[in-house]
Design a protein around this ligand. Structure first.
Ligand code: MG
Length: 381
């Protein structure tokens, strides 16, 4: 199939409530959406780039990489298999979040062309997946308990709580005391160093199912040392940017669990490689989230239907984050699980009218035979 047109959009999506991690607080998500078109079909994807310099790629760097670097190489090209897209970025530098958007849109387009769901095309086996919820830093312990109680009442299978120095052991101990049987995870987003090992060992008493990314992303050796000191399984997130990273982590014994985010590792092809490596090594995988709209979430649901994803992912319902999502119907939770869409491609319908209304800038790249334009609108929202 020839890729005839690409449409890159930035939309602004309002969060139901601010999401706070040690990186900062997000009130309003800037979301990059990409559509690839060919043979009357559209493939959709979302770029997970962040909004500030704490992320390796931001909405602005990814926009530029896509508009000026990647998309001119994509439009007008024959697309036979989505895996081919990986080589199309060669020589452009490391823009793997931007590249993932192209690659994932190509997977959606390919699945739609075959008339199969993305989950099926990827080799997924489950009709629904267990999901959990990720809870940002709260203003007080009392508020945290209230929030946890609310999500458990909503039916989430497990709760993951963001921690940082000074907001860790005592805070989690209170949650554990109030909810003795809940599946409890903690995510440090690299807030600690190996010198904090004695403090982190205190978490062992709380029966956490895992502790996510306590140390810096590039400190695999540190994680391996820390894992030797803790009984709580360590899970790597920010450290896993590629299959090579996963292989190194495995060889060093740096973790016992992996959080796999397709939009961060360069797309679904690399995700499949990481899945196959870890699944065969017996390392449980789960699918994390990066404040995606329903489009990115639908991709994540398809991936999480693969057999190696044995722990509940951060693939919450649309209403967990958004006042109103951009897919219809909104993604809903049912008895602690979410259904994997079975319609062709990502299997959700994009509310194009709403996407257009939320668009703050747009670039359209078309193959030479079609009319090409590049434009911006409603700047400054
Ligand atoms: Mg994380």
């Amino acid at each position: 199939m020839k890729v005839e047109r690409a449409v890159l959009r930035e939309i602004g999506l309002e969060l139901r409530e601010p999401f706070r991690t040690r990186r900062g607080t997000v009130h309003h998500r800037r979301v990059l959406l990409l559509t690839l078109e060919g043979e009357g079909l559209e493939g959709w994807a979302e770029c997970v780039a962040g909004v500030d310099a704490s992320f390796p790629e931001t909405v602005d760097t990814a926009w530029r990489a896509l508009e000026e670097g990647l998309l001119p190489r994509v439009v007008g090209r024959q697309l036979t298999r989505p895996e081919e897209v990986l080589s199309w970025g060669s020589g452009l530098g490391d823009h793997r979040m931007a590249l993932a958007a192209v690659e994932m849109a190509a997977w959606d387009l390919g699945a739609r062309a075959e008339g199969v769901s993305l989950a099926r095309k990827l080799g997924g086996e489950r009709a629904s997946v267990e999901v959990g919820v990720s809870i940002g830093l709260q203003p007080s312990d009392a508020r945290l308990e209230e929030v946890v109680a609310g999500y458990l009442a909503d039916g989430y299978e497990r709760v993951k709580i963001k921690i940082e120095a000074g907001r860790d052991v005592e805070m989690l101990a209170r949650v554990r005391e109030r909810f003795p049987r809940v599946r409890l995870w903690a995510d440090a987003n690299a807030a600690y160093t190996l010198a904090d090992a004695p403090r982190l060992r205190e978490l062992d008493a709380l029966g956490l199912e895992l502790l996510e990314q306590p140390l810096a992303a590039n400190d695999l050796v540190g994680h391996a040392r820390l894992q030797e000191m803790l009984t709580t399984p360590l899970c790597l997130d920010e450290s896993i940017g590629s299959e090579a990273d996963a292989r190194r982590a495995l060889e060093l014994g740096a973790c016992r669990v992996v959080n796999l985010k397709p939009g961060r590792v360069g797309g679904l092809t690399e995700s499949l490689r990481i899945h196959d490596l870890l699944h065969s090594a017996g390392i449980p995988i789960w699918c994390g989230g990066m404040l995606e709209s329903g489009i990115g979430r639908a991709h994540n649901l398809a991936l999480a239907s693969l057999p190696g994803f044995t722990l509940p992912g951060d693939i919450s319902a649309s209403r967990r984050y958004w006042v109103r999502d951009i897919v219809t119907p909104a993604l809903e939770l049912s008895a602690g699980r979410m259904a994997v869409p079975s319609a062709p491609g990502i299997g959700v319908t994009v509310d194009l009218e709403r996407v257009r209304a939320l668009t703050v800038r747009e670039a359209v790249l078309a193959a030479p035979s079609a009319h090409a334009r590049t434009g911006r609108k409603h700047q400054g929202q």
